[in-house]
Ligand binder design. Structure first.
Ligand code: SRM
Ligand code: SF4
Length: 583
């Protein structure tokens, strides 16, 4: 799909509020971006420096735009400090994979790169892409070049730009998925940054000499004030958690025909403990646009945030704060001015879940898909864990696609009738054919990466959740709730990478072994939850849940979800708007 880049009026004049201010008045990240020669900095030189396994601080920030983070192994951080060694630096590399779709050939390459450079593990993220961890500096180029050979890149996977564009995985209609996926891919190609820095640094291409300064047509020199997230969803499944996106498109379908999208803006999870001016916010519905206006809408909405987002305080720089500061009506009017037409009234739609349908399901055209539960998205080759080998074996015979789900699971998609028995045999061989084994709670759970790689983690998450769930399952069984689907999301800090603030039970790390407990989120992601217990350890978590489940089992109405129950029973008040989350 080719899309013409639409320059919003303000990009021409560059006279919008924040962009017209002298850079010296703005935050240090703005000065860094502006002076980075369009994201080059000294990255190329730093990669060659053999004295350290890391790169300069400024380049660490710029590398994010290239999809990679400098990290260190936190399991050995203290020991290395004692030994007066530099931290065990390594890099996380995040792939740009709009809509979470890849081919079997790409899978085989990703697997090979993970085995060669990435500690024999791949991570499926909550935004439908792959992350490598444990990449050493001298292997970064080989990793990114390897991805390039498989027609993959890492552009804008992190940084102040548009991140991985999400797309619904679970529509019954494969024709509809194809359409939405095309839009997601087109949106990502359209909205990622265009500087030649990526090709020069990673592929060794020479800078084309020119008397004119290189242009970054949409972003200019300072890119976005902060990350900006876009997603497309197809009701009734809200699998992408559309209300957590900065800009979300909700498909309006009649019969089998995609007509257009309801538009939601201003979702985001990130907050900081002890800073009540930071809060999660669910995206607000502002209207409807027809199918052919999607790209224009992306430009209009992003340009409003580009021009009015806070460029002094990064903790206040997400679109949600711009919206709440200026007012939703003002922002909507500004978007409409830039679009050149008013948004139509929103159309009716219904969501009923944000989970995945596991196991085999049929789509139209005689194709099928098998969705595998991948606990917390972790795929590894370890003694006693054959998941990585199983998926490689499947990739070698599969002729359809793989779809990464927003719940960190994996769909083996577009399976033909002839191929189905072949895939089924492999699933059986590796013990993956029965997807009914995990409890409903486990199937509806997610954990972010956290320790040992995430530099911001304050507590365990991915490594902790499986064991915690086993203990919660015992309690659920006692209350006859083992088949009850309840969403449970855990993160190692309040940033919210597993979208904990719209789950029915959310745990966010405060310190090693200590978590905040939130309850009352909407089952399909439609409502924020509320802080119920602060800074508690495992014994208190289990005891608190035991009490809540006891009441739920005894007092619930037929079909009532846990999150709805705790609100109706007055256990926590309903959070109507993000800015009242901390009240
Ligand atoms: Fe995230 C920062 C991992 C989805 C909100 N996130 C990070 C970093 C890069 C830590 C850092 O800055 O040093 C984490 C790397 C850990 C590691 O070792 O890999 C990290 N985020 C992840 C992933 C891998 C979690 C996962 O287990 O899957 C997800 C990758 C998504 C992707 O493929 O692009 C991931 N992060 C999210 C989401 C969920 C979403 O987007 O649907 C959120 C909440 C939504 C939002 O943006 O508000 C999220 N991550 C954050 C924040 C808070 C942002 C904010 O505005 O407050 C940070 C910290 C920051 O940016 O300053 C962060
Ligand atoms: Fe790291 Fe916090 Fe994100 Fe978890 S939520 S991956 S601990 S930044």
């Amino acid at each position: 799909m080719s899309i013409e880049l639409m320059k919003p009026p303000h990009a021409e004049t560059d006279r919008s509020r924040d962009r017209s201010q002298p850079l010296s008045n703005l935050g240090p990240d703005e000065t860094l971006k502006a002076g980075s020669n369009h994201l080059r900095g000294t990255i190329a030189e730093g990669l060659l420096d053999e004295i350290t396994a890391g790169v300069a601080y400024s380049d660490q920030k710029l590398l994010k735009f290239h999809g990679t983070y400098q990290q260190d192994d936190r399991d050995v951080r203290d020991e290395r400090r004692r030994q007066k060694l530099e931290p065990a630096h390594q890099f996380m590399v995040r792939v740009r994979l709009p809509g979470g779709v890849c081919t079997p050939a790409q899978w085989i390459k990703l697997d090979a790169l993970a085995r060669a450079y990435g500690g024999e593990t791949l991570r499926l993220t909550t935004r439908q892409t792959f992350q490598f961890h444990w990449i050493l500096k001298h292997n970064l180029k080989a990793t990114i070049q390897g991805l390039h050979e498989a027609l993959l890149d890492t552009v804008a996977a992190c940084g102040d730009d548009t991140r991985g564009v999400m797309c619904a995985v679970n529509p019954g209609l494969s024709g509809l998925h194809a359409q939405i996926y095309d839009l997601a891919r087109g949106a990502s190609d359209h909205a990622t940054w265009k500087s030649g820095a990526y090709h020069e640094i990673w592929y060794g291409e020479k800078k084309v000499a020119s008397s004119q300064e290189e242009e970054e047509p949409f972003y200019g020199k300072t890119y976005m004030p902060r990350k900006f997230k876009i997603g497309f969803v197809i009701p009734p499944s809200n699998d992408i958690d559309v209300y957590a996106q900065d800009l979300g498109f909700i498909a309006i379908v009649h019969g089998q025909k995609l007509e257009g999208f309801n538009v939601v803006i201003g979702g985001s999870m990130g907050r900081t403990d002890g800073k009540p001016q930071t809060y999660p916010r669910l995206a607000s519905l502002i209207g409807y646009v027809p199918l052919d206006k999607v790209t224009q809408t992306i430009d209009a909405v992003m340009s409003v945030q580009r021009d009015y987002g806070d460029r002094k305080d990064r903790a206040h720089a997400r679109f949600k704060y711009t919206i709440d500061d200026k007012g939703l009506d003002w922002i909507k009017a500004e978007i409409e001015t830039r679009l050149g037409f008013p948004l139509e009234p929103a159309r009716d739609f219904v969501f009923d879940t944000n989970g995945d349908v596991l196991g085999w399901s049929e789509s139209d055209g005689g194709l099928a898909q098998f969705t595998l539960f991948i606990e917390n998205g972790r795929i590894a080759s370890r003694p006693g864990n054959t998941l990585m080998d199983a998926l490689l074996a499947i990739a070698k015979v599969h002729s359809g696609t793989f779809r990464l789900t927003p719940n960190q699971n994996l769909a083996i998609a577009d399976v033909t009738r002839e191929q189905r028995p072949v895939i089924q045999a492999l699933l059986e061989q590796f013990g993956l054919a029965n997807q009914g084994g995990a409890s409903a709670l486990r199937r509806n759970s997610m954990a972010c990466v956290a320790l040992p790689t995430c530099g911001l983690a304050m507590a365990e998450s991915e490594r902790y959740l499986p064991g915690l769930i086993s203990k919660i399952e015992t309690i659920l069984a006692r209350h006859n709730l083992i088949d009850e689907p309840i969403t449970l999301r855990v993160t190692g800090c309040p940033n919210g990478c597993a979208r904990p603030y719209n789950s029915e039970i959310g745990l966010t790390g405060r310190a090693v072994g200590k978590y905040n407990l939130y309850i009352g989120g909407g089952f399909h992601g439609q409502r924020l939850n509320k802080l119920y217990r602060e800074n508690i350890g495992e014994a208190a978590i289990l005891e608190t849940l035991d009490g809540l489940f006891g009441r739920f089992a005894g007092e619930r109405k037929p079909g009532e979800h846990f999150g709805d129950f705790v609100i109706r029973a007055g256990i926590v008040p309903e959070v109507i708007e993000g800015r009242h989350f901390n009240d």
